[in-house]
Design a protein around this ligand. Structure first.
Ligand code: HEM
Length: 421
């Protein structure tokens, strides 16, 4: 059997406040998204400290909003947080650009992240995965997130960027402080619980960004005049007809990579293992049939949907499913809801290692901002499971798991496991 129905232990409450970071500390409130998706798929939410926003909950609408960049701009911010023009300008990355500006920027950075380019690192990344897994397996009980999932993505990305392995821990801690900027475990400055006014001009309103900027500049300095074959060198010395990134653009892009390339892949692996610990028959079926790997990885990606949303802003009045969206309204695409849309996916709460039709939206879809790291993330998840399955009979739960406090990133931040050899 390649599937289980109801793969989640619970769909959570059906009346959660989807804007509240605390609403996600027991897991994603899928029952709330399910209710909204089926009763009010373009849903308006008032905000205590914001203008309010529309939620896009159905797959087809999510595709349409991603595609129509003229009506739904990224340039006014891509998360719920509202920023003034000065902040937006200071924190600008490619994510907050629309075509054609976005196209120029993306062309500059995309070379190092194509499928072919990423696959050329496969052996090195597999060795790294094996090394980290072997070290963790020196113990019978450990936190999978800390011992394995957290170690790999940043060090793997480091291989592409050409940063040293020893700097991996530092980059992981900074990356955690960025995407975990609402969780007191990862930052002394959770944005909604402390005064972060002093950091309003840096990415994620996080002091970690300031440290990353200075690290990025050191890395750039090292390569100027002495470029290597890494992605940073490519960025600093673009093709003859390309316009290089300014220092400011480079710093913000480097920070974006540290944020985007770290926790997302970590939490995807963790969600996958957690599901398989809850349903050991899935692990057994996959281990017995490695040909399931490509579809199994996509199913892990669909069900985990770690980046739960991104936002756009309407540039004109527009109607969607009978709702009048006004110019200037915030419009939030919920990828986690689109991935569980019963109009798109048969049995959306079935976890099927062999799911044939699986055009999930975990990396976005149909728009210019489709995740730059998608091929890297896919490969990392695949290699980790391949190397784990070679070495371990199975994993068993060994204590309580903990979820990230965030309405943005669906993360399991601790997953205690017992190894069965
Ligand atoms: C499983 C892991 C990952 C998930 C779930 C994920 C998810 C996403 C999503 C949903 C978007 C926005 C799509 C849109 O708005 O249409 C995005 C964009 C992006 N991601 Fe990822 N990501 C992952 C891994 C990575 C990695 C490993 C990297 C870096 C190496 C990365 C770098 C980026 C960048 C730079 C963008 C912005 C692209 C643009 O604006 O053109 N991501 N990602």
């Amino acid at each position: 059997m390649t599937f289980v129905d109801d793969y989640l232990p619970s769909l959570g409450p059906d009346d959660a406040d989807i804007t509240s970071h605390d609403a996600y500390t027991s897991g994603v409130p899928h029952a709330t998204f399910l209710r909204l998706r089926t009763t009010d798929p373009v849903h308006w939410t008032e905000e205590a400290d914001g203008s309010g926003f529309w939620s896009i909950l159905r797959y087809d609408d999510a595709l349409e909003v991603s595609r129509d960049v003229e009506t739904f701009t990224s340039s006014k911010g891509i998360r719920l947080e509202e920023m003034d023009a000065e902040e937006t300008e200071a924190r600008l990355t490619m994510m907050e650009l629309d075509p054609p500006d976005h196209t120029r920027y993306r062309r500059l950075v995309s070379k190092g992240f194509t499928r072919r380019s990423v696959e050329s690192y496969e052996d090195a990344i597999r060795d790294l995965a094996a090394e980290v897994i072997d070290a963790a397996l020196g113990h019978d009980h450990f936190d999978f997130v800390h011992a394995i999932a957290e170690q790999l993505p940043m060090r793997m990305l480091g291989r592409l960027l050409g940063t040293s392995d020893e700097d991996g821990h530092k980059l992981v801690a900074w990356g955690d402080a960025l995407l975990g900027n609402t969780d007191p475990e990862f930052t002394d400055y959770p944005v909604d619980l402390t005064d972060t006014e002093a950091f309003r001009m840096v990415p994620f309103r996080s002091p970690a960004s300031i440290q990353i900027f200075s690290y990025a500049q050191e890395q750039a300095e090292k390569r100027r005049g002495c470029p290597g074959h890494d992605v940073i060198s490519q960025l600093l010395e673009p093709a003859r007809d390309g316009v290089p990134l300014t220092d400011h653009e480079f710093n913000n892009f480097f920070t974006l990579l540290v944020a985007a390339g770290n926790d997302t892949t970590r939490y995807t692996m963790t969600h996958g293992l957690w599901t398989m610990m809850n349903h050991p028959e899935l692990w057994t079926a996959w281990k017995a049939d490695p040909s399931l790997t490509p579809t199994a990885v996509e199913e892990i990606l669909r069900t985990s949907a770690v980046t739960m949303h991104f936002r756009r802003t309407a540039t004109r009045d527009v109607e969607l499913r009978g709702k009048r969206i006004r110019e200037g309204d915030k419009v939030v695409i919920w990828f986690n809801s689109a991935n569980h849309d019963e109009e798109r996916f048969e049995h959306p709460f079935r976890f099927d290692l062999a799911r044939a039709q699986n055009d999930h939206m975990s990396f976005g879809r149909n728009g210019p901002h489709l995740c730059l790291g998608a091929w890297l993330a896919r490969m990392e998840v695949r290699l980790v499971f391949e190397e784990l399955m070679k070495r371990v009979e199975r994993f068993e739960p060994d204590g309580e798991i903990a979820h990230l406090r965030s309405n943005f990133i669906a993360g399991i931040k601790h997953l205690p496991v017992k190894v069965v050899r």
